[in-house]
Design a protein around this ligand. Structure first.
Ligand code: NAD
Length: 285
């Protein structure tokens, strides 16, 4: 199967990044969000990212314009009907994704592949919400999408080998390196990463050290390019909490208990960079 047109559902952090890399690789893209301001914000982010590439001499002005003309924004599902592949990057919530995949299944043409960028939700359950479970797969991109090389391809119990092969090939065309893993809570990347972030938050909760010191330990001692608390701020504390809850409830193992401090900060609305405040303060006065 040849992919020509890609639908992206969700124009947020991940959705606009996915739309950008697909358009940059020459695919026609339709990016859908639920309201116009979200779509506009997504298009603005893509424009800003491309302008930065032009300023650094990594892209010509003409190429930037060509990429932008390949991205169509929308608030409705109909323009996704002729997409060969739809990649969902909406909220990390099982009920939302199950409902959405039911709708996408109705709208998408026969044979189209439905992919989810979920960080941790069972692809097997998402696939079961459709009448084309063999055509449902996980395409787990990493943040920031235009920069990060990994594409974790998630094979649900129902996913066909051909479906995996098509998205692996697409991933390579986007300049990513696809690694295919079986469906399980958190897959491989977040199963290892997110409990480590949670443990760093517990170190802060127990008052072992200040945020910058905890981050320095992991940067200097483990050669991590970014400390775990700064990384949590970048990912979003709500997303990290969601993944911990998915691991905790999925495996029913207390070792995945979310840190009380993480829960409290999410309750306070301190979600990291996107709200201007997380473990660090990003507000500009
Ligand atoms: P985000 O909050 O930045 O963006 C989500 C967008 O989806 C919002 O603009 C929202 O309006 C929109 N949306 C909600 N319901 C929708 C619907 N029914 N149809 C269309 N759009 C809808 O979130 P994000 O960080 O981009 O995360 C999106 C997904 O990607 C989540 O499943 C998340 O777990 C996953 N993910 C996130 C990261 C990360 O680092 N942020 C990394 C990998 C995967």
């Amino acid at each position: 199967m040849q992919i020509k047109k890609v639908g992206v559902v969700g124009a947020g952090t991940m959705g606009n990044g996915i739309a950008q890399v697909c358009a940059a690789a020459g695919y026609d893209v339709v990016m859908r969000d639920i309201a116009e301001p979200f779509v506009e914000r997504g298009i603005k982010t893509i424009t800003r990212n491309l302008e930065r590439l032009v300023a650094r001499g990594k892209m010509t002005e003409a190429d930037k314009e060509a990429v932008l003309t390949r991205v169509q924004g929308t608030t409705v599902l109909d323009p996704l009907a002729d997409a060969d592949l739809i990649i969902e990057a909406a909220l990390e919530d099982l009920a939302v994704k199950v409902k959405l995949f039911g709708e996408l299944d109705t709208v998408a043409k026969p044979g189209a592949i439905l992919a989810s960028n979920t960080s941790s939700i069972s692809l097997t359950r998402i696939a079961a919400a459709t009448k084309r479970p063999d055509h449902v797969v996980g395409m787990h991109f990493f943040n920031p999408v235009p920069v990060m090389k990994l594409l974790e391809v998630i094979k649900a119990l129902q996913t066909g080998d051909e479906t995996c092969a098509v998205v692996e090939e697409l991933g390579r065309k986007l300049g990513k390196i696809p690694i295919t893993v079986k469906d399980s809570y958190g897959f491989v990347g977040n199963r290892i990463l997110v409990p480590m972030l949670n443990e760093a938050i517990n170190c802060l909760y127990e008052g072992l050290a200040e945020p910058a010191a905890i981050d320095e330990v992991m940067k200097l001692g483990m050669n991590h390019p970014m400390g775990p608390l700064a990384l949590t701020d970048l990912i979003g504390l709500d997303i990290v909490l969601n993944v911990m809850e998915t691991l905790y409830q999925g495996f029913e193992d207390p070792k995945y208990r979310p840190s009380p401090l993480l829960k409290q900060m999410v309750d306070a609305g301190y979600l990291g960079r996107k709200t201007g405040r997380g473990f660090y303060n990003y507000e500009t006065h």
